[in-house]
Ligand binder design. Structure first.
Ligand code: 3PY
Length: 330
């Protein structure tokens, strides 16, 4: 019915499977892909400003902020922002709400892929991958020594999960096979799913001072911003390993740098940072006990296809007046 309705996809590196669903119903406009450097994002925003007038839905495939100016340019027919991500901290929720624009995201379909990265980061940080890789590059294999470059075990450890939602639970499920001794979790409320893992609901302070591994899988909100800071780092054990698969701003990076440098905590494994990309001369990258990945949590072929299809189906539903499949707010 609706080829006359226009849908804007914020970057043309969106998966074809999602585009195909959209093109069956609507006229699809795509911004070119300009990369994720600051310059690229500015160019992307310029192009989006030109393309968005008259569009009924915006598929957000980008990590930058949806601005008030972009929404102003769109016009009053903009019904939905469908973000192809679980996190929606960059979607300008107050402006969308004020304008009565719906928001959907893509939770659940990415939990397994992000959990795999969470486990990878735990192992990479605990088994000192940066130092060991450096040895390989230098041709100096001290790790062969019986007592050299020893790491820490997941086996027998206490894992504290901040944010026991889909990603937190998918990670716990995978960690069971690593013979973790105990799971703790914190958050707003107890979760019935925790029973499966004998996971104990505890205040955040308890989680921080008892855990060997601390997994951050919480959304970024005003409440969680910089929840890892000088004060909370001081509550952690000296052998604590922080893993962040949420958003860079959950962590105060200056405070993390100090804690890692002074060996107040053992190591960190991060899939996210502030900013992204982290400049290659950033002080965090000088630390041997920090392992950073370039925000690849959900970056598998299958998961990105699933995310694209779900994001597209949310658009179809919204523009046909049906309930959103995964609404943030309807
Ligand atoms: O879905 C999200 O929020 C992500 O960060 C994907 O990697």
């Amino acid at each position: 019915m609706t080829k006359n309705l226009k849908v804007l996809v914020s970057s043309n590196d969106f998966a074809d499977s999602g585009i195909k669903i959209l093109e069956e119903h609507f006229t699809v406009l795509k911004s070119r892909y300009f990369g994720f450097g600051e310059e690229g994002l500015n160019e992307n925003m310029q192009e989006l400003m030109n393309l968005i007038p008259g569009c009924s839905a915006l598929v957000w495939v980008s990590h930058h902020q949806i601005t008030k100016e972009l929404l102003d340019k769109a016009g009053p027919q903009l019904t939905l922002v469908s973000t192809a991500s679980a996190g929606y901290n960059n979607c300008n929720v107050p402006e969308l709400k004020a304008r009565g624009i719906k928001l959907s995201n893509t939770p659940n379909v990415l939990s397994a892929a992000v959990a795999e990265i969470a486990v990878s980061l735990m192992i990479a940080a605990a088994r000192r991958f940066p130092e060991n890789l450096d040895q390989v590059k230098r041709g100096v294999w001290d790790g062969i020594g019986f007592q050299n470059v020893l790491g820490q075990d997941l086996r027998g450890s206490t894992v504290g999960i901040v944010g026991f939602g889909g990603i937190g639970q998918a990670t716990a499920k995978r960690l069971v096979g690593f013979e973790v001794a105990k799971f703790l979790y914190s958050g707003h409320r107890e979760k019935p799913e925790a029973k499966e893992f004998n996971a104990e609901f505890v205040p955040q302070d308890t989680l921080l001072n008892q855990s060997d591994f601390i997994l951050l899988a919480a959304p970024l909100t005003d409440e969680t911003k910089h929840m890892i800071n000088k004060t909370t780092l001081a509550q952690m054990k000296n052998n604590a390993i922080i893993v962040n698969v949420g958003r860079g701003d959950l962590v105060n990076q200056d405070d993390l740098y100090e804690a890692l440098k002074n060996k107040q905590i053992y190591a960190a494994g991060l899939d996210v940072s502030t900013p992204e990309p982290l400049p290659k001369d950033h002080k965090l990258l000088t630390l041997p006990n920090l392992f950073l990945l370039p925000h690849i949590g959900s970056a598998t072929v299958r998961t990105r296809n699933d995310m694209a299809e779900l994001a597209a189906r949310n658009v179809v539903n919204a523009l046909y007046g049906k309930p959103l499949i995964t609404p943030v707010f309807p």
